[in-house]
Design a protein around this ligand. Structure first.
Ligand code: ADP
Length: 386
């Protein structure tokens, strides 16, 4: 690294997307006094305050992105729908992109992503590819595609739309049309996430694996927990696989790798995200270096920070309560803020909706059980209303 990025006007990171993930990168950039500019279409974006420059514009538009990033030292993303052609142009101008355009193109399409794992010999669930829902239905009718399976839309799916378990013929009726895959339904014992950082020298550093704990009835991730209850041997395998995935992509910056640990004790890659990820939020309180700081370090060509877990940590999302839509009010703060070991992250979204992610909280403690109890107490006390 030629010069320090700290308090250096010649160094500026260009961030595409100004949501909560960007806001948490911004907080670290402020702490270390690294310059950061942000592009987001919404004037109310969580990053509107605190960025050195906030530009309102569409990160899906090629010209807007290319122009926005001129003169930047590096480009980062906090959302995957940014324009990949723009990243390629910026790379040709010598501006490194985290992730590189070739990685983003693969990840933007679930079919391309699955094919990538197959080509690279990375373990993933068996699947078949279909051009559209009509072809899929025909394959089911002819018996070429057996039930049950997990249907995944290639492009355009978000937050649960675009993934559906198909158990019987009638489930096919609701599928959105488009290129898709039918994946074997995996007998999942545990879902694990590993955030890996990779730098320009091709070196990597993995954070400790986190475990997704599902709500017993709602079928939604309730807590993200570290350390996981799996054996150290199994967790070493998870880390090694996540590092292999990151190397196979030859990516830059963060790669959040979602893994399935099967009932048979086998590891499968589910999917990846080339940016900070919900599964890495607990690194802020749990680790010496957070995923957001690690991203900045790779962007500025600084050495990796220490990723070791300092204490058990449990993260819970703060979501809009059912039955409320409109300007947000946080109720129950008096009780929630008294829970020991607990930190609150409020994303700064003006409007709440049922189940909208409005923030998260992380509780630490001397054991996972204590940290989980604290996270549950704080989350239950806090009500996001309108
Ligand atoms: P999204 O992009 O919506 O997060 P994912 O591919 O991560 O979609 O799938 C969401 C969830 O669906 C996973 O966390 C897992 O619980 C379940 N799931 C996905 N693929 C499979 C599969 N092949 N077998 C069983 N469950 C799956």
């Amino acid at each position: 690294m030629a010069q320090s990025p700290f308090s250096n006007p010649a160094v500026q990171v260009a961030m595409l997307g100004g949501g909560q993930l960007g806001k948490m990168v911004l907080a670290e950039a402020r702490r270390m006094d690294i310059g950061l500019r942000v592009l987001d279409p919404s004037a109310d974006a969580p990053c509107r305050l605190g960025a050195q420059t906030f530009v309102q514009g569409d990160f899906r538009d090629c010209d807007t992105v290319v122009q926005f990033a001129q003169g930047a030292s590096a480009v980062a993303i906090e959302i995957e729908t940014v324009n990949a052609d723009a990243l390629e142009i910026l790379e040709s101008q010598g501006i490194p992109c985290f992730p590189p355009s070739h990685v983003l193109r693969i990840i933007q399409n679930k079919i391309a992503q699955k094919n990538f794992y197959a080509e690279k010999g990375l373990p993933t669930s068996a699947y078949a590819e279909y051009r559209n829902v009509k072809d899929l239905k025909e394959a089911v009718a002819s018996g070429a595609q057996s039930l049950p399976f997990v249907w995944k839309l290639g492009q355009g799916g978000y937050d649960g739309f675009g993934v559906q378990v198909v158990r019987e013929d009638s489930d096919l009726a609701t599928l959105q049309d488009g290129g898709c895959i039918a994946e074997a339904l995996v007998d999942i014992a545990t879902e694990i996430g590993v955030v890996v950082a990779r730098n320009r020298q091709g070196e990597s550093a993995a954070f400790p694996p986190v475990e997704m704990e599902f709500h017993p009835t709602a079928n939604q991730v309730e807590f993200v927990v570290c350390p996981s209850h799996l054996t150290p041997g199994a967790l070493d395998e998870a880390m090694a696989l996540a590092l292999r995935v990151s190397d196979a992509f030859e990516t830059l910056g963060l790669l959040a790798v979602e893994l399935f640990y099967t009932q048979q004790g086998e590891w499968l890659v589910n999917e990846v995200a080339p940016r900070p990820h919900n599964s890495g939020h607990l690194t802020i309180e749990g680790c010496a270096t957070s995923q957001f700081e690690q991203l900045l370090r790779t962007l500025c060509d600084l050495p990796f920070g220490d990723t070791q877990l300092r204490q058990p940590a449990v993260m819970a999302n703060i979501v809009g309560a059912e039955g409320f839509s409109g300007p947000v009010i946080y109720a129950g703060m008096d009780k929630a803020l008294r829970v020991p070991g607990t930190s609150f992250h409020i994303y700064g979204k003006a409007q709440t909706r049922p189940f909208r992610k409005m923030g998260h909280l992380t509780a630490v403690g001397p054991s996972v059980d204590i940290a989980r109890q604290r996270a549950a107490d704080a989350r239950d006390a806090l009500v996001v209303k309108a």
